[in-house]
Ligand binder design. Structure first.
Ligand SMILES: Nc1ncnc2c1ncn2[C@@H]1O[C@H](COP(=O)(O)OP(=O)(O)OP(=O)(O)O)[C@@H](O)[C@H]1O
Ligand SMILES: [Mg+2]
Length: 247
């Protein structure tokens, strides 16, 4: 069953068509990877799905409901989470506190400052569970800004999980990582896949081909191929797009 669909999704920036008439269908429980050369439109597409950018035209349907043009907070409440950028991590406060604040914002709607001690304990427990899931239990009391790059990316994913999503959008989670960090990120994504539907933007083809159920290839904003990893890898137009992208 598909959890997310786009119909004719398009984004223009002035004269540039960054995303061009994209029809997507994401199956619940699967890992769908979105690949394509630099500038293909992957991040722009993610930003529209997450409500950070309004589409020029087209429709986004999530769990059968039209969510096109909703604000990021509303999209998050529907169950779509995009891994936050590092700037969303509060550097000076602890790893645990970062996640606890995000959990609390979900429960409290982000505006109610009144808080009972027992609910605070609940939020802390939920935050601890999330930290354990993303492998950061041992870092819980350290200030977020002293974490390694790889651990910061895991914390960003933890913050996304704090909204209790159904669909998790990960934009290049392994970018800038060492080989060891890449391997633990791969393990984490595979673990996440047991609980969440995942859309992944990733340039590392070993990762994409290893863990994806479905691969969608964007080129100049348009979908040029879509299917299981092996068929996409063998697709001539995909190979040409990548060669053209490197020229
Ligand atoms: N805010 C913006 N204003 C104007 N043009 C933009 C904006 N954001 C993206 N673009 C343009 O839209 C196109 C798609 O960019 P996008 O960042 O979505 O590509 P991408 O596939 O994520 O690339 P990369 O692999 O390098 O991250 C590019 O031509 C880019 O220059
Ligand atoms: Mg991008």
């Amino acid at each position: 069953m598909s959890i997310l669909e786009t119909d004719g999704l398009t984004k223009h920036f002035g004269g540039v068509t960054a995303v061009d008439d994209v029809d997507l269908s994401v199956e619940e429980g699967e890992i769908t990877s979105l690949i394509g050369p630099n500038g293909a439109g992957k991040t722009t597409l993610f930003n529209m799905l997450a409500g950070a950018l309004e589409p020029s035209t087209g429709v986004i349907t999530f769990r059968g409901e039209d969510v096109t043009g909703l604000a990021p907070e509303a999209i998050a409440r529907k169950g779509i989470a995009k891994s936050f950028q590092i700037t969303n991590v509060f550097g000076g406060i602890s790893v645990l506190e970062n996640v606890r604040v995000a959990v609390q914002a979900r429960h409290r709607g982000g505006w109610n400052v009144h808080q009972h001690a027992d609910s605070k304990a609940e939020y802390t427990e939920e935050a601890e569970d999330i930290l354990s899931f993303v492998g950061l239990s041992e870092e819980r009391d350290r200030p977020a800004n002293v974490l390694s790059h790889g651990d910061k990316r895991s914390l960003e994913i933890g913050l996304a999980l704090a909204i209790d999503p159904d669909l998790l959008l990960l934009d290049e989670p392994a970018a800038g990582m060492s080989q060891i960090e890449i391997e633990s990120m791969l393990d984490l994504i595979e673990e996440l896949a047991g609980e969440y539907t995942i859309m992944l933007v990733e340039h590392n083809m070993d990762i994409v081909m290893n863990i994806s159920d479905h691969v969608v290839v964007l080129h100049n904003g348009a979908v040029i191929a879509s299917g299981p990893p092996s068929s996409v890898q063998a697709d001539e137009s995909v190979q040409e797009a990548y060669l053209g992208g490197m020229a």
